[in-house]
Design a protein around this ligand. Structure first.
Ligand code: NAG
Ligand code: NAG
Length: 460
């Protein structure tokens, strides 16, 4: 009789664990996912799109972003290959706008027209450039961007939004239709001669020696086509997927830093534009190594910048951004330790996500939280390497890092620790269910055997 009671208690406990595991499983699906389409943009062969959409669809409220993924699709929702529409970049920026005041789509001046308040990332570039929260380029399809638990990028905190304002998100898409062009790489590298451009979009002459980059690649310019090439215009969209969780105190906020290898370290004044002499230049040129290259350094161009970090913390996630020709980028600490090394993944075929000759992904770093730390005031060294067998224009060397102020403390409060244990439980819930069932079977079989030996169920 006593044995029977003991045994049924075991069963109850196992049942409880089983049910607990199931309910927490459902809880952890607190991650919400939404898929949005950008406004339509239309491109003909050789054309460039570089528009800013000032109020895109986005999840609202006080939330923590867990992932942001985007890719170019056509009207039927099919992924479009990079050798047809090259995705130079897409960038998502955050700002507070006076309620009810809309900014029509257009160029990058829109943010500065009214009383908009730009909410830049925590990175050290200033002025108008590289203030985004999210954004990559051709590598978008194979670059991991997930922010691991318990971290998230906090947005929409009502305590931080000024009275009379609302939080909005702007999307900039820079895409180049390279169907039928004379030189695919040249068009994607925005070579000024291929676009027949001698003045920037504001009519100002290009600076001497500038041979390619964003100043020759603005909205609606045309890259040279093969003679007689004709094709239809296409309607395209950026399809973007946002994953988030509702804000809770147990989420540890991560700060976004965007570091630029062209950062001169000198701070430009607030109205600095792309191409200012100081601060972040965003893009640079890689000269061809020439005949002596192979003898010297194997034709690899290395560019470095020293960047002082205003705050410290624990690195949660890091990834570099490079263009075709990139062979990897590494972020070092002051003492030479490697914070993250990010390598390009080149495509090998034709299908979207695997286009030969293009960077279709960048490897990212997910250090064990707390193991890779940056100190307040530390000078980081950012190194960007390109293959210099041939010249490249308009290349980039950015590094995106997500830094949390403090690693999660083991005992913030009872509620926190229970919550985290439940999360752990949920992570291993299937293993637990399996173990639970296995234990139940073993105990059950043992019990039956013993009962058989002791004369079955007669004791009841
Ligand atoms: C290039 O631009 C100049 C004027 O800016 C124009 O005269 C010339 O025809 C253009 N060339 C081509 C090939 O479009
Ligand atoms: C650079 O590119 C050339 C030509 O495409 C190639 O032969 C060489 O292996 C590349 N070097 C590196 C370091 O990737």
């Amino acid at each position: 009789m006593g044995k029977m009671q003991h045994c049924s208690q075991w069963y109850l406990l196992l049942l409880a664990i089983f049910l607990l595991a199931l309910t927490v499983q459902a809880n952890e699906n607190g991650v919400k996912t939404a898929v949005f389409l950008s406004p339509e943009f239309v491109l003909g062969p050789g054309k460039v799109e570089n528009k800013f959409y000032y109020n895109i669809d986005y999840p609202r409220g006080h939330i923590a972003i867990k992932e942001f993924y985007g890719e170019v699709v056509d009207e039927l929702g099919n992924s479009v290959a990079l050798h047809e529409t090259y995705l130079h970049h897409w960038v998502v920026e955050r700002y507070y706008a006076p309620k009810g005041v809309e900014v029509p789509e257009g160029n990058d001046d829109g943010l500065h027209l009214s009383k908009n308040i730009i909410v830049r990332n925590s990175g050290v570039c200033q002025g108008n450039v590289l203030g985004q929260y999210f954004g990559v380029g051709s590598e978008t399809r194979k670059t991991k961007t997930y922010v691991p638990d318990p971290y998230g990028i906090e947005v929409g905190n009502p305590m931080e939004i000024p009275n009379g304002f609302e939080e909005r998100w702007l999307l900039n898409i820079h895409a180049i239709d390279t169907r039928g062009v004379v030189d695919r790489l040249g068009c994607t590298e925005c070579r000024c001669d291929l676009y027949n451009i001698t003045r920037d979009q504001f009519g100002r002459p290009l600076r001497p020696g500038y041979t390619g980059g964003l100043f020759c690649c603005y909205d609606q310019v045309q890259c040279s086509l093969k003679e007689g090439f004709e094709s239809v215009k296409r309607s395209l969209y950026l399809r973007y997927t946002v994953k988030w969780v509702d804000w809770e105190d147990t989420i540890v906020p991560g700060k976004v830093y965007l570091l630029d290898v062209t950062d001169t370290g000198k701070r430009a004044h607030d109205s600095a534009r792309l191409g200012a002499l100081h601060g972040c230049q965003v893009e640079y040129e890689v000269e061809s190594c020439g005949a002596n290259g192979l003898a010297n350094n194997g034709c690899v161009d290395t560019k470095k910048a020293s960047i002082v970090m205003p705050h410290g913390g624990s690195v949660i996630y890091a990834v570099a951004h490079q263009h075709s020709g990139g062979v990897g980028s590494t972020l070092y600490g002051e003492d030479g330790r490697v914070i993250c090394s990010s390598l390009p993944i080149y495509g090998e075929g034709k299908e979207p996500g695997n286009e030969a000759g293009y960077i279709v992904g960048m490897s990212s770093c997910y250090p064990q939280p707390g193991t890779v730390r940056i100190f307040e005031g530390e000078t980081l060294i950012l190194e960007s390497n390109y293959n210099s067998t041939q010249k490249h224009t308009g290349v980039m060397g950015l590094f995106y890092i997500l830094v949390a102020d403090s690693p999660p403390k083991p005992m913030l409060s009872l509620r926190t620790s229970v919550h985290q244990e439940l999360k752990m439980l949920s992570k291993y819930s299937w293993a637990l269910v399996f173990i639970g069932v296995a234990v139940a079977v073993i105990i059950g079989v043992g019990y039956l055997r013993r009962n058989e030996r002791e004369g079955g169920y007669q004791s009841i």
